[in-house]
Design a protein around this ligand. Structure first.
Ligand code: C5P
Length: 234
């Protein structure tokens, strides 16, 4: 079953709790990203866990293996269920995070970020190829290193699943109107289509957090997820 994650991209805890309360019971996951984490710290994670959510701690770690290992340990202690690292940090860095996860019975999963969706062609220093090739290279690494999953656009899911079916795909850039590019996201997709293509987790921010009725927005995304899951089963 594909699962919905609401991205709580707020600058303080109060706003984040208010939104979380509105979608409690219908959205299984919340994402705590850098903005909220830097402002409020690991106690947020515990609070969301107490509210009944699973927590995706999107810290996109990138540092020497020993430092990443320490940060992953702290993330585990905070209660996070899923932590992100940059795949470009390489095999030893990934293994440092995975070691922490394995020592805890893989209670906290480690997902790899491939190429940030904000990168345009030609912007990655020292890489002349197409960004899609780089995503593929990094995803192959993620598969070989034993990562639990990868953060990728819905457009890349099918390809990644073809060579690493065990990798869970977590997809941002979800829009209820799949053609809407009125904000900073460019490669967008509807929840229905992302699930049909094989996404396992949909991370949705503004379409829920800025909706007039966040609960109704989340319910309509859930309805699309359920419709796609039913069709995939049939
Ligand atoms: O508001 P919106 O639905 O665009 O939010 C998407 C969320 O997914 C944000 O929290 C953003 O940080 C995250 N994300 C992304 N692209 C990535 C990785 C994470 O948009 N490649």
């Amino acid at each position: 079953m594909a699962e919905l994650i609401v991205a709580l991209d707020f600058e303080n805890a109060e706003e984040a709790y208010k939104l979380a309360e509105k979608v409690r019971g219908i959205v299984p996951w919340v994402k705590v990203g850098l903005e909220l984490f830097v402002a409020e710290g690991p106690s947020m994670v515990k609070k969301f866990k107490d509210m009944g959510f699973s927590v995706f701690l999107d810290l996109k770690l990138y540092d020497i293996p020993n430092t990443v290992k320490g940060a992953a340990k702290s993330a585990l202690l905070s209660g996070a269920d899923l932590l992100t690292i940059h795949l470009s940090g390489g095999k030893r860095m990934a293994e440092a995070a995975l070691e922490v996860s394995r020592a805890a019975g893989e209670r906290m999963k480690i997902f790899g970020v491939s190429v940030l969706t904000s990168f345009d062609e030609g912007e990655v220093i020292g890489f002349d190829g197409k960004l899609a090739e780089l995503v593929e290279l990094l995803a192959k690494g993620a598969g070989e290193w034993g990562m639990h999953g990868i953060v990728c656009s819905g457009h890349e899911v099918e390809k990644i699943k073809s060579f690493a079916p065990q990798l869970k795909c977590l997809t941002p850039g979800i829009r209820l109107d799949g053609n809407n590019t009125s904000d900073d996201q460019r490669r967008v997709m509807t929840p229905y289509r992302a699930v049909m293509l094989g996404s396992d987790y949909l991370v949705v921010g503004r379409p829920i957090t800025r909706a007039e009725d966040p609960r109704a927005a989340a319910l309509s995304i859930n309805a699309q997820i359920e419709k796609a899951m039913a069709e995939l089963k049939a």
